[in-house]
Design a protein around this ligand. Structure first.
Ligand SMILES: Cc1cc2nc3c(=O)[nH]c(=O)nc-3n(C[C@H](O)[C@H](O)[C@H](O)COP(=O)(O)OP(=O)(O)OC[C@H]3O[C@@H](n4cnc5c(N)ncnc54)[C@H](O)[C@@H]3O)c2cc1C
Length: 398
């Protein structure tokens, strides 16, 4: 995403470039595989429509975005409880005010924070999300039943050790817009960005082994001489390619299980959260209820995220998930067919602290990627544009 955004800006400025991609497709961590008529995103992933750089670069209408209900169903005490955005669904919001997913005061606090734009600046910026939620006065019930599974699914870690800056970032954009997926899968996003670029400027199956000066050394032995190089890999990639000391980046991981079923456990485009504090499932979505194109006619596609690393690595993960599903939706779930398990070990960089990185890392050398700020699609895109702008400033057309 960062490399594509950079390429887009360079192309718009009329500058030539070559995008070297190691794999067989563009999009990096944003990918969708079409398998037997199902569209399987590589890991459950969504676009927040309020992301400013995404709004600027993407044509949302052409993506045919399908929106989620602004809220969630939370499993607690053997029942499902609705949490709703009181500003977009006032009736549902009122109804959930007295449910056991936190106290009435918690719900008021969420509403109040939403009006204030989720501003956590009064807290020590070194706090983790868990510490910030506690400092904000949220009850243990609200944190355990709602925030832990909700934010765990967003951060891809449920200890809530992620910096409060990411908490602020995601809550702000959840509040300001919709949560959506393109009708035909998340890969439509990079596809749309790449469609505006000259095809010859993208080389797939082209892994870079090292960068020496402005020489780009490919794994196949070829050396490409460039005026300037932008490294748009995941965190730690630039250091590796430049032969600098390994940054030893920690990543959050996730396992995503895709099931197909003849019936859907819910017909709404809504996120289901595990607020019980037990069992491997963190969150579940019937993706075909969000976009029917995700499954063949008459079938349903269910995506399940397992965030806890121990649960995700368990050899009997499928069995444990099935056991939990049977408890939630009944024995009929035994008929659900597992389509695939995606185990993604380097999903997003762990961000206990986050620092904004400069695009300039050397002479005629730039970097971009989600690691340059609060890891997200928006940061990847914005950092790509920023790297291109830095190059354009440093090398104005003469
Ligand atoms: C399961 C999952 C769920 C997520 N959910 C969300 C979400 O809901 N919302 C959100 O905003 N973000 C989410 N993210 C994060 C988001 O997908 C990433 O932040 C973003 O896609 C990162 O883009 P990038 O361009 O920085 O890096 P990448 O996508 O990692 O791109 C780097 C590219 O560089 C290529 N490359 C690497 N090394 C070389 C080399 N040596 N030579 C040539 N090419 C190389 C790679 O193949 C890749 O294509 C999620 C991520 C995952 C995995």
């Amino acid at each position: 995403m960062a490399g594509l955004a950079c390429a887009r800006r360079l192309h718009a400025a009329g500058r030539s470039f070559l995008l070297c991609e190691a794999s067989d497709r563009i999009g990096g961590r944003v990918a969708t595989d079409v398998c037997d008529g199902y569209r399987l995103d590589r890991g459950f992933q969504v676009l927040l429509t309020a992301y400013p750089e995404a709004r600027r670069l993407l044509d949302y209408d052409a993506l045919d975005l399908r929106r989620f209900y602004p809220g969630a169903l939370v499993r607690h005490g053997g029942k499902w409880h609705r949490m709703a955005d009181p500003f977009r669904h006032p009736v549902d919001g009122l109804r959930c005010a007295f449910n056991p997913i936190g106290s009435f005061a918690d719900k008021l606090r969420v509403a109040w924070s939403r009006i204030g734009g989720f501003d956590f600046s009064r807290h020590d910026p070194g706090l983790t999300t868990l510490e910030a939620l506690r400092a904000d006065g949220f009850s243990a019930a609200m944190i355990e039943r709602f925030f832990r599974p909700f934010l765990g699914g967003v951060f891809l870690e449920n200890r809530l050790e992620t910096t409060l800056r990411k908490l602020e970032f995601v809550m702000r954009y959840f509040a300001r817009g919709d949560t959506a997926i393109p009708a035909l899968g998340m890969a439509e996003i990079p596809r749309q960005l790449a469609a505006l670029l000259p095809a010859a400027a993208i080389r797939l199956h082209t892994r870079v082994a090292a960068i020496v000066g402005q020489g780009v050394h490919l794994e196949n032995g070829e050396v490409i001489a460039a005026k300037s190089v932008v490294i748009a890999t995941e965190a730690g990639g630039a250091e590796r390619l430049l032969g600098r000391e390994d940054a030893r980046v920690a990543f959050n991981s996730i396992a995503c299980l895709y099931f197909t079923a003849p019936f859907a456990p819910v017909s709404e485009p809504i996120l289901l959260l595990n607020g019980e504090g037990a069992g491997p499932i963190n969150n579940l979505t019937v993706l075909s209820a969000v976009s029917p194109d995700y499954a063949p006619p008459g079938r349903h596609l269910i995506s399940i995220s397992v965030v806890d690393p121990e649960a995700a690595a368990a050899p009997d993960l499928e069995e444990r998930v099935r056991h939990q599903l049977a408890g939630w939706f009944g024995a009929d779930t035994r008929a659900w067919k597992l389509l695939r398990i995606d185990s993604i070990s380097r999903a997003v960089p762990s961000q206990r602290v986050v620092s904004e990185k400069s695009p300039r890392i050397g002479k005629a050398l730039y970097q971009c990627g989600d690691h340059c700020g609060i890891a997200s699609l928006n940061t990847a895109l914005a950092s790509g544009t920023a790297a291109a702008e830095a190059f354009l400033d440093d090398f104005p057309r003469t």
